[in-house]
Ligand binder design. Structure first.
Ligand code: COA
Length: 246
């Protein structure tokens, strides 16, 4: 088994392995992980059998390594490939976090790497409210400028405290909200989208925004475990996250 950096030539096989794990990795997403952090593939006799990614998330101490992806082809699972990828991705940074799926092999691998389950992130879905003019673009007011910039390049609407991506005429994804008053920000976003648009967003369970969503027509349809080393403290203003990129 050898590990090497992924290139654009690997995008197709990487997307295939991700799809077998129910994940979607469009080329612009993979390009972001490659540029901002590291994207590695595991090769067995010249065949790519898995991949993993990590990006640095800035914090008061420097940065935390956020594991963005960890996927092994079903035929190669249970033989240590995931553990090997994770070890290489995390080498050199003791501050670590990720959002773990419920796959039985995922959590043991993350726990072995020092990351404990510290909360859940809930996926919410519900209808936009409509009735107001669409949100106008504004300069982003927080960190992760490169991440927000990469969403903007692909058509997302960026406001000072939020990023919303339209996917077709009737679907929108809130990718990020950083705010002391996230309910107010999300309400404005929902008013600025037509009422027939279905909106999804991912909210950590320590944020009161989840309760607000449940009182405003949203239902939680899935969740993942947020796992981190004990020294990692989430930004209290981070109310809506992209679970893969944080
Ligand atoms: C999660 C995944 C990446 C792990 O890769 P892998 O190569 O299969 O895992 P490894 O062989 O390195 O094993 C990792 C740990 O899980 C354990 N494990 C492996 N298969 C297991 C299973 N079916 N049930 C329970 N534990 C299992 C191993 O014993 C090991 O634990 P240990 O370090 O305490 O011994 C892989 O199974 C996968 O692609 N799953 C589907 C996609 C997914 O959910 N990815 C995680 C996204 S957060």
């Amino acid at each position: 088994m050898t590990l090497r950096p992924a290139t654009t030539a690997d995008d197709e096989v990487v997307a295939h392995i991700a799809a077998l794990g129910d994940a979607h990795t469009p080329p612009h997403y993979l390009a972001y992980v490659r540029t901002a952090g590291r994207l590695l593939v595991a090769e067995d006799h010249g065949r790519v059998v898995g991949f993993g990614g990590v990006v640095p998330v800035p914090d008061a101490e420097g940065s935390t390594a956020m594991v963005t992806d960890l996927f092994v082809h079903p035929e190669a699972r249970g033989r240590g490939v995931g553990t090997q990828l994770l070890g290489e991705l995390l080498a050199g940074n003791p501050r670590r976090m990720t959002c773990s799926s419920s796959h039985p092999a995922a959590l043991p691998a993350y726990v072995r790497a020092g990351m404990e389950p510290r909360g859940t992130v809930h996926y919410w879905r519900g209808p936009a409210f409509g009735g107001a003019a669409p949100a106008m673009p504004e300069p982003w007011a927080h960190d992760r400028v490169d991440l927000v910039g990469s969403w903007a390049e692909h058509g997302a609407i960026v406001r000072a405290d939020s990023v919303v991506e339209r996917r077709g005429a009737t679907v929108a994804v809130v990718q990020r909200v950083v705010s002391e008053t996230p309910e107010r920000e999300v309400e404005q976003l929902l008013r600025g989208l037509p009422a027939d648009v279905e909106v999804t967003l991912c909210v950590p369970d320590w944020q009161p925004l989840g309760r607000w969503l449940s009182e405003h027509g949203f239902t939680s349809f899935d969740h993942d475990l947020w796992c981190a080393t004990p020294d990692v403290m989430p930004d209290p203003m981070l109310a809506v996250v992209n679970p893969g990129l944080w």
